[in-house]
Write a protein that binds this ligand. Structure first.
Ligand code: HEC
Ligand code: HEC
Ligand code: HEC
Ligand code: HEC
Ligand code: HEC
Ligand code: HEC
Length: 411
């Protein structure tokens, strides 16, 4: 009976480890070096090149499909991407021809590492099959699509972690079974054949040790912890973009405009005191000044070329709540009297806008629990304040006017 049990145990262990190594190899496959390189290239491209280039379409610069074939070597194209102006002025005839055609310098990319540029080149060599861009200015949809990718990865890791957890539990149960059975048989050795006796009385050698359930369980456990940690990190970072500071198509500086020149926020963000959305300024607002200021600057010329081509500047959206949440600017800035800086940080000191707050539900709720409603001078609140004062000595918080009700923030 015991030798059967022993064999059964071996089969189960083999099965368990077969499945775990399968799980491991799927993950390894998903990170094959080439695919990773292209994926990295896509990210670098989206962050640095997309505003001026598409694969199959002329944007500001040429369409990049087969661009690598137009250059003699990878080193040559890498050097051009890094120092275009130098290459053109250095007398490279092909580059000069490009410049004559597009009449604009591509900016230097010496801030990128060589392996980042190589990744972009890999992406250009292996572009998506079809034209990927739907030409809408719905930056929101684009952001959502970008978020979907990491979410998928998170789910895969989660499933793997769950799988390994189940395997680990199987191991623990097996371990317990073995010790219980061994104890039972030890106290009850009559009627067993030689084989079985040997199994029971075995001592712990190296072979036995590495084959032992305890050892395998320990390995399984460490493995499980590693996977679980990876899953945890992924899942908890999905959708949170605190610190996100994408490179923008024009080097617009809040530090210069809102800081040094003290232009009011709502001069550009015209909706911020009267609408749900603060809104991003159109080119026309910039041209109020830049029709005459810095007209020779290459950055400002991008404004003129946008007007000529009649396309909006494709600012990369920084803050983006998921669609399921409702947030209204005027309610907070005008009615609530909350300063921009409370939520957005010191924008007037930022060269490049960065997401200051987490924008999670917990963040909204915490502030609603702590913040006193600005009720003076607002007749709408007089009754509410009087009612609240009857019930409590505490000042009236956002919480008390329904700021924690699900339906206020979720449709
Ligand atoms: C501000 C606009 C702009 C940005 C950003 C930009 N480019 Fe360009 N790119 C151009 C222009 C314009 C040209 C045409 C050459 C010229 O006039 O300098 C060009 C040319 C090129 C060429 C040569 C194409 C050919 O047909 O041989 C490559 C390759 C290229 N860019 C890659 C990149 C990569 C990679 C990035 C991002 C790391 C990038 N560019 C970012 C504007 C831009
Ligand atoms: C001269 C026009 C101008 C002024 C003044 C200005 N902004 Fe902006 N703001 C922009 C432009 C253009 C963008 C989009 C490009 C960027 O993110 O840098 C932007 C982006 C932002 C964003 C990020 C939007 C997103 O994509 O999520 C915030 C937040 C912001 N501004 C807040 C402020 C605050 C607060 C002030 C006042 C202290 C201010 N801005 C003043 C033009 C302006
Ligand atoms: C109320 C006037 C005003 C508005 C509106 C305005 N700017 Fe400016 N901008 C300035 C001033 C002033 C400077 C600094 C000029 C200087 O350094 O001599 C400047 C400088 C710049 C520069 C730096 C140029 C360089 O090469 O040094 C950029 C880029 C720029 N603005 C982009 C924008 C954009 C994009 C918008 C629209 C979202 C905008 N500006 C709206 C007044 C304005
Ligand atoms: C109570 C917090 C809070 C305050 C105060 C606040 N914002 Fe925002 N802001 C947000 C949130 C949250 C988003 C993201 C909204 C979304 O994705 O729907 C946002 C987005 C923006 C955007 C991107 C465009 C948009 O409307 O989605 C701009 C620009 C902006 N804020 C400017 C401002 C300015 C200027 C002020 C001050 C006058 C201000 N904000 C005050 C929380 C705040
Ligand atoms: C810095 C503090 C702060 C943060 C952060 C904040 N709020 Fe508020 N919120 C307020 C204040 C103050 C009011 C009260 C305004 C008023 O008097 O009507 C308010 C009111 C509201 C209301 C109306 C509640 C009611 O019962 O009338 C909604 C909805 C709301 N906030 C949504 C959000 C969402 C969604 C977020 C997060 C994305 C958020 N808020 C983040 C301070 C904040
Ligand atoms: C003050 C505004 C506010 C209130 C009140 C609020 N939520 Fe949210 N909720 C948000 C915001 C903003 C998000 C999106 C940010 C995030 O995912 O963390 C969100 C996200 C969610 C999500 C999606 C979570 C995810 O990870 O995708 C669920 C589910 C949810 N809320 C349920 C509720 C329920 C149930 C209540 C009532 C008990 C409630 N919320 C009250 C602002 C609010």
């Amino acid at each position: 009976m015991c030798s059967h049990y022993n064999r059964f145990k071996t089969y189960l262990l083999a099965l368990v480890f077969g499945v775990s190594s399968l799980a491991l190899s799927t993950q390894a496959y998903a990170q094959a070096p080439d695919a990773a390189q292209i994926e990295k290239g896509t990210a670098v491209f989206d962050a640095n090149c997309k505003q001026c280039h598409a694969i199959d379409e002329v944007v500001v610069g040429p369409a990049l499909r087969d661009a690598t074939k137009r250059w003699p070597s990878e080193a040559a194209i890498l050097n051009f991407i890094k120092y275009p102006q130098k290459t053109i002025e250095g007398g490279n005839a092909y580059a000069k021809g490009l410049y004559d055609k597009y009449k604009q310098f591509m900016p230097n990319h010496d801030f990128l590492k060589d392996d980042e540029i190589k990744a972009v080149i890999a992406y250009i060599k292996n572009p998506p099959a079809k034209v990927e861009e739907k030409k809408t200015d719905a930056a929101g949809a684009e952001g959502a699509a970008k978020e979907a990718a990491p979410a998928d990865n998170g789910v895969i890791t989660y499933v793997l972690a769950a799988l390994v957890l189940v395997l680990f539990l199987v191991l623990v149960v097996l371990g317990l079974l073995v010790s219980v059975l061994t104890k039972y048989l030890n106290s009850n050795t009559e009627g067993l054949d030689e084989d079985d006796k040997e199994v029971i009385s075995q001592t712990l050698g190296f072979d036995k040790f590495f084959g032992s359930v305890a050892f395998k369980a320990a390995v399984g456990f460490v493995f499980f912890i590693m996977i679980a940690k990876a899953g945890y990190d992924k899942v908890y970072s999905v959708g949170i973009h605190q610190g996100y500071a994408p490179r923008q198509p024009i080097a617009f500086s809040h530090k210069l405009h809102a800081g040094m020149y003290e232009i009011n926020c709502n001069y550009c963000h015209t909706g911020v005191y009267k609408a749900k959305s603060a809104s991003i300024p159109s080119v026309n607002i910039c041209l109020n000044c830049h029709n005459s200021i810095k007209t020779e600057s290459p950055e400002i010329k991008k404004l003129y070329s946008a007007v000529e081509k009649n396309r909006p500047i494709e600012w990369v959206r920084v803050h983006n709540l998921p669609d399921l949440a409702y947030f209204n600017h005027s309610q907070h800035t005008k009615v609530g009297g909350v300063e921009c800086q409370t939520c957005h940080g010191n924008i007037q000191d930022m060269e490049v806008v960065q997401q200051h707050s987490s924008l999670t539900m917990g963040w909204c709720i915490n502030c609603h629990r702590e913040t006193v409603v600005k009720a003076e001078g607002n007749a709408y609140y007089d009754k509410l304040v009087a009612m609240h004062a009857k019930k409590s000595k505490e000042p009236m918080k956002v919480e008390n006017i329904g700021g924690l009700e699900c339906s206020k923030c979720h449709y």
